[in-house]
Design a binder for this molecule. Structure first.
Ligand SMILES: Cc1cc2nc3c(=O)[nH]c(=O)nc-3n(C[C@H](O)[C@H](O)[C@H](O)COP(=O)(O)O)c2cc1C
Length: 362
């Protein structure tokens, strides 16, 4: 059991991650909302959205591409040019002015890139030329020199995130995007040092980790994994062996946190099967700060913290529709429901117009 988890603690107990003391253990999970401008620059509307949610102990931003090649969907933000850095700076300043903390999620989608998103309409890149189901092109299998280029992009993005005033960064190694594609053998059949045995398949993750911690130090960097999530046509022949090994290797890093998506996302395809394995068991192997995610409520999150199953809990869907989620949890007031039609893309509707609760009546 982690030293931070003694029985009296709950979602409202402060917690230390890296150099930061967070006001509570309620984390806003990364949420792609596809509302940056057409040049992938965050907007004033995005600033208001994050500012509204700054009472979370920690905000993790939506996935943010490290390069134009790293993009998979329209109107997602980037962190590779000066305009984006300036726009993010306005957001981090607003969150800090409210006493909040904010990490940037560093994202490269790999093969999960819709038609028309890649620069010059080129094929998306991946560890191997294995296509995902749906409206996607056959990916181009990365050459070694191209892998080096992507590591450079991670490093550059990490530098930009520092300049933009973030408190830290989260490496997105979950949900079937590029790093996850290297990790799992359903998407990686390379025969060089990045493929084959799982000890080779983890190489890319750890090279990214080295590139990013070189800029940030270890204790302001988090890693997100989703060992049993089939989303984006993902599969692995032995996820238990693979991810136990990954987590053991992460132990020596003294990271800000390990963020675990503890199962299958609700919108996952069912075309692939994942061998039975409860990824929550990885908590027992991890010696650092553990952030749990997937389907938590106030009650189940408090239980997880009290039972030592989590140090922090992140909430996705609940933060879309409840900008004041921590206050609502605290006062046990009803939660707004998410409008599914306005989750991705669009205007202020379903984005910054979810009502704050009127606590004068509590
Ligand atoms: C609209 C939407 C967008 C999401 N975007 C991201 C993302 O950018 N990065 C990521 O790691 N996970 C993303 N997720 C997954 C969430 O972070 C979270 O794992 C998921 O919602 C489950 O948590 P919940 O049950 O508390 O909602 C997204 C989920 C939703 C619903």
């Amino acid at each position: 059991m982690n030293s931070q988890t003694v029985l009296e603690q709950d979602l409202f107990s402060p917690v230390q991650i890296g150099p930061y003391q967070l006001n509570n253990r309620i984390v806003m999970a990364p949420l792609t909302r596809c509302r940056s401008d057409d040049d992938n620059v965050p907007t004033e509307m995005n600033r208001i959205y994050y500012q509204q949610r700054a009472t979370a102990g920690l905000i993790i931003t939506e996935g943010t591409q490290i390069s134009p090649q790293g993009a998979g969907y329209p109107n997602t933000p980037g962190i590779y040019n000066d305009q984006q850095v300036e726009a993010w700076k306005r957001i981090t300043d607003s969150v800090h002015a409210q006493g909040g903390h904010i990490f940037l999620q560093l994202w490269h989608v790999g093969r999960v890139s819709y038609q028309g998103i890649q620069p010059n309409d080129q094929a998306p890149v991946a560890p191997s030329s294995i296509k995902i189901a749906g409206d996607y092109k056959q990916p181009h299998a990365l050459k070694l020199s191209e892998i080096d280029d992507i590591l450079y992009d991670y490093r550059n993005a990490a530098k930009n995130a520092l300049a933009a005033g973030f408190d830290g960064v989260e490496i997105h190694a979950a949900n079937g995007y590029l790093i996850d594609q290297f990790l799992r053998d359903g998407s990686n059949n390379r025969t060089d040092q990045y493929g084959g045995d799982y000890k080779n398949r983890i190489r890319f993750l750890f090279e990214v980790l080295h590139a990013v911690t070189h800029i940030w130090g270890n204790d302001r960097v988090g890693v997100r994994l989703s060992p049993t999530n089939p989303f984006n046509s993902m599969s692995d022949s032995n996820p238990e062996e693979l991810f136990k090994y990954v987590v053991k290797q992460l132990n020596s890093f003294n990271l800000a946190y390990l963020h675990m998506v503890e199962g299958a996302l609700s919108f996952s395809d069912t075309t692939t099967e994942i061998p039975a394995f409860d990824s929550r068991s990885l908590r027992d192997i991890y010696q650092g700060t553990y952030m749990a995610n997937l389907g938590y409520t106030k009650q189940s999150a408090n239980q997880a913290i009290q039972n030592g199953k989590a140090d922090l809990v992140s909430f996705g869907d609940l933060f879309i529709s409840n900008p004041d989620l921590p206050e609502r949890f605290l006062h046990n007031v009803p939660l707004n429901k998410t409008n599914m039609d306005t989750r991705y893309g669009g205007t202020e509707k379903g984005y910054i117009d979810y009502p704050q609760f009127d606590f004068s009546y509590v």
